[in-house]
Design a protein around this ligand. Structure first.
Ligand SMILES: NC(=O)c1ccc[n+]([C@@H]2O[C@H](COP(=O)([O-])OP(=O)(O)OC[C@H]3O[C@@H](n4cnc5c(N)ncnc54)[C@H](O)[C@@H]3O)[C@@H](O)[C@H]2O)c1
Length: 401
């Protein structure tokens, strides 16, 4: 069996790592630098070590490519490309479209096409299948299935093996082959009755998180206005052994999933005349958190941030990864600069970002912790400025939400 995986990012490279233990894998990516690095044994994704890539390269079980013709003789093609939003915050399927073009133009035998990219219900049936057919010179009866990815980059307790995987094919043959493929490296496979259910379940999982994060972010503001600790209150509520799940406040949500996926659900809901009010409101609350954080910092500093040296600690969207997509740190920095603060940032994992480099963790007037990596030293953070505001709730002795 030869597997082609389109997109070698967080999702695609992770699957490549697991699948290449059992199959020959070709990792197709349109980014030349990614391909070059992977073929030199350099991984750019947390959780997939460079040593693993090197080992699979030397065993001849894996190679990266940006040539469409290299996926020609595969038996299974997995799509793992980004599904972002357009400028006007609508689902943007342009990467899926170009992945379909690569498949349509190069795969001439019938194969199983599995989509792992997150998208709205109906994407497999009404977009991926017809788009691949549109790009194929001859009509080929590929099999189609969806298995939405649930990987949580940087997490060590849950991985591809022990995270249950949903799947569904457009036909029972597609479902059977999908089960056979994933069962090699995933312990629990759950078949649902249609691809649309699997697609919707993935969106609802992330919408559940988005809405609960917004709820706790709003509650943090309520707790502060009442003069009580949000963290103590959440810990108290969390002593209830049922019916409560603890979420913690933050400067906002980031990453490719939580700020984006719910909008895919809202878009499809609105198209069908159904309300998606929670999603829209949760998005607003989460986006406004950065402004709230800066307001709190200004209030504690005589209402004036003009000319103050502010160091933002942690610009990745979450701890222990280098991913800065949709990071709340960007909004915090923008609001601080808008108030006249001189902003630098410190993040040893990210290193450089938007043409700026990580600054030393020292000598600021104000330090704001947006993301706390495990490697970031708490004592050094506290010593970096006379005033430290921690949005993560992890630093004892700092001001916070
Ligand atoms: N990152 C996560 O935690 C996560 C978790 C679950 C699901 N997802 C979903 O998985 C999908 C992929 O996300 P990701 O985080 O892996 O993205 P990513 O940006 O890390 O990786 C995507 C890769 O695809 C490549 N690419 C883009 N268009 C291409 C094309 N037409 N052909 C070949 N390569 C192409 C890019 O160069 C990049 O290397 C998205 O739909 C996302 O919502 C992501």
């Amino acid at each position: 069996m030869k597997i082609a995986i389109i997109g070698q990012g967080y999702v695609g490279l992770t699957i490549s790592g697991y699948a290449s233990e059992h199959f020959d894998v070709v990792g197709f990516d349109s980014n030349e630098k990614v391909v070059k690095n992977l073929n030199s044994g350099i991984s750019h994704i947390e959780g997939i070590n460079s040593s693993l890539i090197s080992e699979r390269l030397s065993a001849g079980r894996y190679r990266a490519t940006n040539k469409g013709s290299d996926i020609k003789d595969c038996n299974v093609v997995v799509i793992a490309v980004p599904t972002p939003l357009t400028k006007d915050r609508k689902p943007d399927l342009k990467f899926i479209d170009s992945a379909c073009q690569t498949i349509g133009e190069n795969v001439t035998n019938p194969v199983l096409v599995i989509n792992e990219s997150t998208s709205f219900p109906g994407t497999l049936r009404n977009f991926i299948k017809p788009t691949i057919e549109k790009y194929s010179a001859n009509r080929i009866n590929h099999l189609y299935a969806i298995s939405p990815e649930r990987v949580d980059p940087g997490r060590t307790d849950f991985n591809q093996k022990n995270t249950p995987r949903l799947f569904s094919g457009l036909t029972s043959e597609a479902s059977r082959m999908t089960r056979d493929f994933y069962s090699k490296f995933c312990n629990t496979l759950i078949e649902v009755s249609s691809p649309e259910v699997a697609e919707a379940a993935k969106l609802f999982e992330n919408t559940f998180r988005q809405v609960n994060i917004a709820l706790v972010n709003e509650f943090a503001q309520i707790a502060h206005s009442l003069g009580i600790s949000v963290y103590e209150t959440l810990d108290a509520a969390n002593t209830k052994p049922y019916g409560f799940m603890k979420f913690t406040p933050s400067a906002g949500v980031g990453g490719h999933c939580i700020p984006v996926d719910p909008t895919y659900l809202a878009a499809v809901a609105e198209e069908h005349g159904a309300p998606a009010t929670f999603i829209r409101r949760a998005n607003e609350v989460n986006l406004q958190m950065s402004e709230y954080v800066v307001r709190r910092i200004a209030e504690d500093n005589d209402g004036d941030l003009q000319g103050k040296n502010v160091l933002v600690v942690g610009v990745a969207y979450k701890p222990n990864v280098a991913d800065v997509r949709e990071t709340a740190a960007e909004l915090v920095i923008n609001h601080l600069r808008h108030q006249g603060a001189v902003v630098t940032w410190h993040d040893e994992i990210v290193g450089s970002w938007k043409g700026e480099s990580s600054s030393p963790l020292i000598g600021a007037d104000i330090t704001v912790v947006v993301t706390k990596h495990d490697s970031a030293d708490e004592k050094k953070i506290l010593a970096s400025a006379p005033y430290v505001f921690d949005t993560t709730g992890k630093i004892t002795g700092a001001k916070g939400l």
